[in-house]
Design a protein around this ligand. Structure first.
Ligand SMILES: *Cc1c(COP(=O)(O)O)cnc(C)c1O
Length: 423
């Protein structure tokens, strides 16, 4: 592959998504490669937050039903905007909770140990919060996590094999919780194949899409995934603590949620204030209490951008960006002990590149001091996420040049090889 700066500039000229960059507040004089941890603020999200504040100012209590975005229906309305990103029907989607609380809700709703089927299948590479939630749900049911949580192991420490996952689907597994894209290596799991194998074995299967939503397309409905959940502050640019999402396959709709609250109600029944819940025949039934309107608001703007850009175009550019980044790394950083630990093939590579290096923490600090914002992940990983909506090919070129200088001059040795509080 041509790795020259001129080539990068020529790719930027041809980029059909290039106009979106101006919609975002990109930190001045920095190259932001951390949009998979916290996406950037867009002007449309900022406007939407002000709009919701103004509705509060203008309508007070009547904001629930008045204004451009009546609050009572906003979680369902935003849910509809997830449809094209995950391949699901509007009624299968709701904006609610956080990733972890949604996993608690979904386990409370779908984990029904029965006879021999009592165990939960997960993997050893998943994000800790998911594992903590699974363990606490096991304990609530009176099961010891040591025995009842089965974690598929990784052969190389970075990726999982579909066959290993399927082999772990033994008779005693009731439910499987797996990521769509692994948060460190960025590997995409074969959701379709895993779901099919799970169903053949009578196992319910749910996916954590935190790192896949907004970076790759999904067809959850076609693949018949039972449920999925995700955050919206990574690739979806919803802002710190923005409201998360849930998908529940239509065949499961209409039942009572494991964790009920008055927002689980059918909308027309909610204000009857009866003590017997009539659950919504909609994924909205998995809501619990009053929605966090101020944290939903940014999604009005950010998801509109995704509708316009389309996830297919985002994915096409994202693969071009990571292909180019990997080619540059191979060419320019040869001999500096880096290893590309993300999958090379397009079918299994998500939206970021994962580099490992024994001095990863020091290198990340040096990059940050040079205006490149990466993401350190313990113990030895550097995540680099060139984001299709606001990064350029020139950003990628420039970042690798700076990384090369940091290695050539051994600049990174000035920094302690230890993570900060966050990364
Ligand atoms: C980011 C992330 C989370 C975060 O959970 P929150 O409840 O949103 O704090 C959970 N799981 C995975 C896989 C993640 O990537």
């Amino acid at each position: 592959m041509n790795t020259s700066k001129e080539y990068a500039i020529s790719l930027d000229k041809l980029d059909i998504l290039k106009h979106f960059k101006d919609e975002f507040y990109v930190p001045r004089d920095k190259i932001y490669l951390d949009g998979n941890s916290l996406g950037l603020l867009s002007k449309r999200s900022e406007k939407a937050v002000i709009e919701i504040l103004n509705a509060w100012k203008q309508y007070a209590i009547d904001g629930w039903t008045e204004g451009n975005y009546p609050w009572f229906y906003l979680s369902e309305e935003i849910g509809k905007l997830f449809a094209s990103l995950v391949g699901a029907k509007p009624e299968e989607l709701i904006a609610t909770g956080s990733t972890t609380t949604n996993l608690h809700q979904l386990l409370a709703s779908f984990y029904h140990p029965n006879g021999r089927k009592t165990k939960i299948l997960a993997d050893e590479l998943n994000f800790p919060s998911d594992i903590y939630a699974i363990k606490s749900q096991l304990k609530l049911k009176g099961y010891a996590p040591d025995e009842h949580l089965v974690q598929v192991s990784s052969k190389d420490g970075n990726t999982l094999q579909t066959d290993d996952i399927i082999q772990a689907m033994t008779e005693d597994i009731a439910i499987a919780i797996l990521p769509g894209v692994l948060y460190r290596s960025g590997q995409i799991l074969d959701i379709e194949k895993i779901t099919k194998a799970a169903h053949e074995r009578g196992i319910i299967v749910g996916f954590d899409l935190c790192h896949s939503i907004g970076s790759i397309p999904h067809k959850l409905g076609k693949w018949e995934v039972d449920f999925a959940f995700w955050c919206t502050y990574k690739h979806l640019n919803g802002g710190p603590g923005s409201v998360a999402g849930i998908y529940v396959n239509e065949k499961h709709l209409g039942r009572e949620p494991g964790l009920a609250g008055w927002f689980s109600s059918a909308k027309d029944k909610q204000f009857d204030l009866e003590h017997d819940l009539t659950p919504a025949h909609h994924a909205g039934a998995f809501q619990i209490g009053t929605p966090h309107l101020l944290s939903l608001a940014p999604l009005i703007g950010s998801l509109e951008i995704f509708q316009e850009a389309t996830i297919e175009s985002i994915r096409t550019k994202s693969l071009q960006l990571t292909d180019y980044l990997m080619a540059l790394i191979e060419k320019e950083l040869h001999g500096y002990s880096f290893e590309i630990a993300s999958p090379v093939d397009h079918a299994s590579r998500g939206g970021h590149v994962y580099l490992t290096h024994p001095s990863a923490a020091s290198i990340c600090k040096a990059l940050k001091n040079n205006g490149i914002i990466p993401d350190f992940r313990a113990p030895n990983g550097i995540r680099l996420a060139p984001v299709a909506l606001y990064n350029t090919f020139e950003d990628v070129w420039q970042s690798v040049q700076i990384l090369k200088e940091i290695m050539e001059d051994k600049q990174y040795k000035q920094y302690e090889n230890k993570r900060g509080v966050i990364a």
